[in-house]
Design a protein around this ligand. Structure first.
Ligand SMILES: Nc1ncnc2c1ncn2[C@@H]1O[C@H](COP(=O)(O)OP(=O)(O)O)[C@@H](O)[C@H]1O
Ligand SMILES: [Mg+2]
Length: 249
């Protein structure tokens, strides 16, 4: 099925590991693109049974109207900018591409579709789906076993020559030596795995919904734009600058 226009770019934050930040960055990047960069996005949540993104959207739809400040923010956003929230759809991995094509058929102006994939490549259908991605961004954390599994995932992606894949450091502990990261970066360079420059620190606010931090500024939300101060403090703004520069090349 063709939408008669351009095909949206398929992007996934993926690794073989759970708890790496895949769903968090899916939401952050999608919201930055949609609410701050004037792009049009959709998310397809294929990570059953967690469905972190779909459940976050559900929680937000329930909770934001109960919080006066957030409600006001949401109303202003959607009426001033004349832009609605983006679609969050759930799908099995087997039918995710079909779901994406249906969404793109209905929303002709879509720029990006983000796929939140399960953290395993052993499940049937996942490799087939991964092959359809244009870009994969793999969050890495600097412990040995996590790194080994991420590395094997990134090397596995090599067989799909059309996918452009990049790694980036997440959950960087301020106490860890930059030397350690330099050593790991060298290792990744030896394998020719491109790594983004921005390192994302370990920050507690990743663990909370927008409603928990409404006073300090919005961070991770499927309905509201992250605040500029949060984006700079968390460095997620810089990371997404790098990501969208790559994707828009
Ligand atoms: N940089 C970070 N600092 C602190 N917590 C983080 C960071 N990145 C992700 N997290 C948290 O780690 C947990 C797992 O992240 P999540 O995005 O759900 O990972 P995945 O989708 O890969 O399983 C979540 O509670 C998330 O909020
Ligand atoms: Mg997840």
């Amino acid at each position: 099925m063709s939408n008669g226009n351009k095909k949206p770019v398929y992007i996934s934050f993926a690794t073989q590991k759970g708890g790496a930040g895949k769903s968090s960055f899916t939401v952050l990047a999608a919201s930055i693109a949609h609410y701050l960069l004037e792009r049009n996005v959709a998310i397809i949540d294929c990570d059953y049974p967690q469905l972190s993104v779909a459940n976050m959207r559900k929680r937000e739809l329930e909770n934001i109207p109960k919080n006066e400040a957030l409600k006001k923010l949401a109303i202003t956003k959607f009426s001033e900018h004349n832009k609605s929230s983006y679609t969050v759809e759930t799908s099995t991995t087997a039918s995710a591409i079909e779901t994406a094509e249906e969404i793109a058929f209905k929303q002709k102006n879509l720029d990006y579709i983000f796929f939140d994939l399960p953290g395993t490549v052993n499940q049937s259908g996942i490799l087939n789906l991964i092959q359809q991605m244009d870009y994969i961004f793999a969050p890495l954390s600097a412990d040995r076993t996590a790194l080994e599994s991420s590395l094997s995932f990134l090397l596995m992606l090599r067989q799909f020559e059309e996918i452009k894949s990049y790694a980036f450091w997440n959950m960087v502990d301020g106490r860890e030596k930059t030397k350690l990261y330099d050593a790991y970066n060298k290792l990744l360079a030896e394998y020719n795995i491109p790594i983004l420059e921005t390192k994302i620190p370990y920050l507690l606010r990743f663990r909370k919904d927008a409603i928990d931090y409404s006073r300090e500024g919005i961070f991770r939300s499927t309905l509201l734009a992250p605040s500029y101060s949060m984006l700079s403090e968390s460095r997620v703004g810089y990371l997404c600058d790098e990501i969208f520069e790559i994707v828009n090349k």
